[in-house]
Write a protein of this length. Structure first.
Length: 136
C-alpha cells in the first residue's frame, strides 16, 4: 500500500499548519511557499480538508484557515480519509461491491475486515502532533 502524492501533500501541509500557534489563521499561499507544494494543489487540499472538518475557514481580510481541532486530536487516518475516502485495503471490504472474480471461492475475504481494521488502527494511532514535530 502506498499513499497517493495528494495524501502525502495533505500530511505535509497539515504538519506545517500544526507548527503555528493554535488558532493562527493561515493561507494556502503561505503554506505552499513554506512546504514547496504547488499553490493550486495546496488550495485544492485546503478545500478537501475543510470539507472533512479538519480545517476551519474564514473569508475576508485576516481570514484563511486553521486547524479545526488540536493537532493531537487529528490522526493520520483522518487525513488520509479526508483525501482518499475510507481506508480499504481491498475492494472486498466495501459492502455491496462485487467486482472480484475470486469472490465466490475466496476464503480470505471474510478476514479482510480484520486486516483493514488493523491498518486503519495503525494510522489512527499516529497523531498530527507527532508528524509536526521537527526532528532533532
Amino acid at each position: 500500500m502506498r499513499l497517493t502524492s495528494l495524501s502525502d501533500y495533505a500530511v505535509v501541509l497539515l504538519a506545517a499548519a500544526a507548527r503555528y500557534p493554535a488558532g493562527a489563521w493561515l493561507s494556502a499561499t503561505l503554506l505552499a511557499t513554506e512546504t514547496g507544494i504547488p499553490l493550486p494543489t495546496a488550495q485544492k487540499l485546503t478545500g478537501r480538508l475543510a470539507a472533512a472538518g479538519l480545517l476551519a475557514t474564514a473569508r475576508g481580510a485576516g481570514g484563511g484557515f486553521r486547524l479545526a481541532r488540536g493537532a493531537q486530536a487529528i490522526s493520520l487516518a483522518d487525513i488520509v480519509e479526508a483525501v482518499e475516502g475510507p481506508i480499504a485495503m481491498t475492494n472486498c471490504v466495501d459492502h455491496g461491491r462485487h467486482d472480484c472474480a475470486l469472490e465466490r471461492a475466496c476464503a480470505v475475504r471474510p478476514h479482510m475486515g480484520v486486516v483493514n481494521g488493523a491498518v486503519r488502527g495503525a494510522l489512527q494511532a499516529v497523531s498530527l502532533e507527532q508528524l509536526a514535530r521537527v526532528p532533532s
